[in-house]
Design a binder for this molecule. Structure first.
Ligand SMILES: C[S@@+](CC[C@H](N)C(=O)[O-])C[C@H]1O[C@@H](n2cnc3c(N)ncnc32)[C@H](O)[C@@H]1O
Length: 215
C-alpha cells in the first residue's frame, strides 16, 4: 500500500459497522428501490444546472449512484458519467436500464485518480455517513475533482440520527443535518456554495447544494 492510500485508510473514522449494515440493506432492497425511485423529476433541475456548469463531454462521477437513475439522465445530456456505489445489489439492479460504466467503491475511499472529474453528483448518499466520515468523503471528492470542479449533493434536513426501517422494512442509518452544519463541512473541504435550497415540499426536508471546488 502506498503512503497516500495508507493515510486515507487511517483517516476513516470507524463508521464501518454502519456502512456494512447499510450496504447489506441496499443489497436486499435494490429491486424495490429501483421501482419506487425511478422518477427523475426531483433531480432534474439540479442535473441540468450541473451539466450547464461542467459542459457536454465533461467527466462526472455519480457517487452512491444506486441503480443509476441519475447516471442515465446525465449520460442523456452528453456527460461522460461513471457510476459508483458500494452495494453490488444496487449496481446490478440498474443493469437492464443502462450499460455503465459502473464500479463498486466506498464514498470514504474513492477508487479514482486525483483531478479525474469535472463534476461529482452525490445525491442522497452522504446522508448514510457519520459526520466525521462525511468529512473524509468530502476530502475524497475534492481530491478526484479538478480545481474549479463542481459538486452537486443532497442530504436530509433535521437533527440527530437513526436506524430507519419503515420505508423498505429493512434498517438504513441516516444522519439528519442542519444547513449551517452541512455548509460548514462543505466549506472546510474547500467548496464554495453557489446554489442552495431547503426543500420542505416532501414529507421530510432536503438540503440541496451545488458548490465549486476553489481553484
Ligand atoms: C438513498 S440511496 C440513493 C441512490 C441514488 N443516488 C439515488 O438518488 O437514487 C443511497 C445510496 O448510497 C449508497 N451508499 C451508502 N453509503 C455508501 C458508501 N459508504 N459508499 C458508497 N455508497 C454508499 C447506497 O448503497 C445507496 O445506493
Amino acid at each position: 500500500m502506498g503512503r497516500d492510500e495508507g493515510d486515507r485508510a487511517r483517516s476513516t473514522t470507524g463508521g464501518d459497522d454502519v456502512a456494512r449494515r447499510n450496504r447489506a440493506t441496499y443489497d436486499r432492497i435494490a429491486e424495490t428501490f429501483r421501482e419506487w425511485t425511478s422518477d427523475p423529476a426531483f433531480s432534474e433541475p439540479w442535473i441540468e444546472a450541473l451539466v450547464r456548469r461542467v459542459g457536454r463531454g465533461a467527466r462526472v462521477a455519480d457517487l452512491g449512484c444506486g441503480p443509476g437513475r441519475d447516471s442515465i439522465a446525465l449520460q442523456a445530456r452528453g456527460v461522460a458519467t461513471v457510476s459508483m456505489d458500494f452495494s453490488l445489489g444496487m449496481l446490478r439492479a440498474g443493469l437492464a436500464d443502462f450499460e455503465g460504466p459502473r464500479v463498486q467503491g466506498d464514498l470514504r475511499w474513492l477508487p479514482f485518480a486525483a483531478d479525474a472529474f469535472a463534476g461529482a453528483w452525490v445525491n442522497a448518499s452522504l446522508l448514510h455517513l457519520e459526520p466525521d466520515d462525511v468529512d473524509v468523503a468530502l476530502g475524497e471528492i475534492a481530491r478526484i475533482l479538478r480545481p474549479g470542479g463542481w459538486l452537486s449533493t443532497s442530504v436530509k434536513g433535521g437533527t440527530g440520527d437513526e436506524w430507519e426501517d419503515t420505508r423498505y422494512g429493512e434498517p438504513r442509518w441516516f444522519h439528519y443535518w442542519s444547513e449551517a452544519e452541512f455548509d460548514a463541512r462543505l466549506e472546510r473541504a474547500g467548496f464554495e456554495i453557489h446554489d442552495a435550497e431547503y426543500d420542505e415540499v416532501r414529507s421530510q426536508p432536503w438540503i440541496l447544494r451545488q458548490a465549486r471546488l476553489r481553484p
